[in-house]
Design a protein around this ligand. Structure first.
Ligand code: FE2
Ligand code: FE2
Length: 326
């Protein structure tokens, strides 16, 4: 063998860039202390921050129903679910901080509208059936998106996703179970479920982002193995997973073009309204202003907690250094 070790020559210094490329090519993890290209770091900060913001803003549409849950059991389940989403946001902000981002800045950028969150949380929750449909569709779509992210090339992001996905699976099941219960109820309850399905189906398909031929950042994220599948692949996976569940539940998905394609081995389906997605992403959805206003108010109302925590930490540090000096 003619390797440096075999010939006794000193190992050749490798450029940082090629060490990074090797790590990606071998499907190993990039860790916070490793060198990484600026573009990789920026793409990850943007993606992880956007994901964290989605978890936190995503608490609002369902959180509104906690006080109006129809039973103690439903209230406890919904409480646990919304609390999980807060936890997801916190893991993700921590993952972004390992890349040098500051959580205070990220929050500032969210409430100033400079960073985005998932378009889906800008739609209103009109009845308790929406809680079930969000669990079934929105958490179901989150699972399709996030399971491949467990193998993301950036270590802290991938590891955070493992726990997040386990919890998303509970979220999806609680939603589906709630809908099964309602479908066994009165005519009126069945109509509520169908109405919620009709309103949430298309916005859920839009959660996967624009179609592949109009998704400028996808190719680079795939090359860096931050992302593993394209938007259209994930959207297809979600449709294929959801159709048999809809049949079992006894609801109709509101798409006349939806049918099994034997040749492709997948369902064909209609085209979401991409103009609507553009409008909602650019701030003009039904609830954008309300969601941000609420987030801003919560941030301002929480200022005293952050100040107290900072003062406490400073006191502890001063005591520790006094102790060390004594
Ligand atoms: Fe979540
Ligand atoms: Fe969830």
């Amino acid at each position: 063998m003619n390797t440096p070790a075999a010939t006794g020559a000193p190992p050749q210094p490798r450029s940082l860039e090629s060490a990074f490329e090797d790590t990606i090519a071998r499907d190993q993890r990039v860790e916070p202390r490793d060198w990484m290209p600026d573009g990789y770091r920026k793409t990850l900060i943007r993606q992880i921050a956007q994901h964290a913001h989605s978890e936190i803003i995503g608490m609002q549409p369902e959180g509104e129903w906690i006080t109006r849950a129809p039973s103690l059991r439903r209230k406890a389940i919904l409480f646990a679910k919304v609390q999980d989403e807060a936890g997801h946001g916190l893991y993700l902000y921590s993952a972004a901080e390992t890349l040098g981002a500051d959580r205070a800045d990220l929050t500032e950028w969210l409430i100033e509208g400079r960073q985005k969150y998932s378009s889906i949380f800008n739609y209103p929750t009109r009845t308790f059936a929406d809680v079930g449909v969000i669990g079934w569709f929105v958490d179901g779509a989150a699972i399709c998106n996030q399971v491949p992210l467990c193998r993301s090339s950036y270590g802290p992001y991938g590891r955070a996703m493992v726990r997040v996905c386990k919890e998303e699976s509970f979220h999806q099941r609680q939603g589906y179970e709630l809908l099964l219960t309602m479908m066994r109820g009165t005519e009126e309850q069945r109509a509520m479920v169908q109405d919620a399905v009709d309103r949430w189906w298309w916005p859920s398909l839009m959660m996967f982002g624009p179609p592949d031929d109009n998704s400028p950042n996808s190719a680079r994220s795939m090359a860096w193995r931050i992302k593993r599948h394209t938007n259209d692949e994930l959207r297809q996976r979600f449709v294929d997973m959801t159709v048999p569940q809809a049949e079992k539940l006894g609801v109709t998905l509101p798409d006349p073009e939806l049918r099994w394609n034997e040749e492709r081995g997948h369902h064909d389906f209609g085209t979401p309204d991409w103009d609507e997605l553009k409008r909602v992403i650019s701030g003009d959805g039904p609830c954008n202003a309300e969601r941000i206003a609420r987030r801003r108010a919560a941030h301002e109302e929480g200022a005293w907690v952050r100040e107290a925590a900072t003062a406490h930490a400073a006191k502890q540090a001063a005591r520790a250094s006094e102790g060390a000096a004594a």
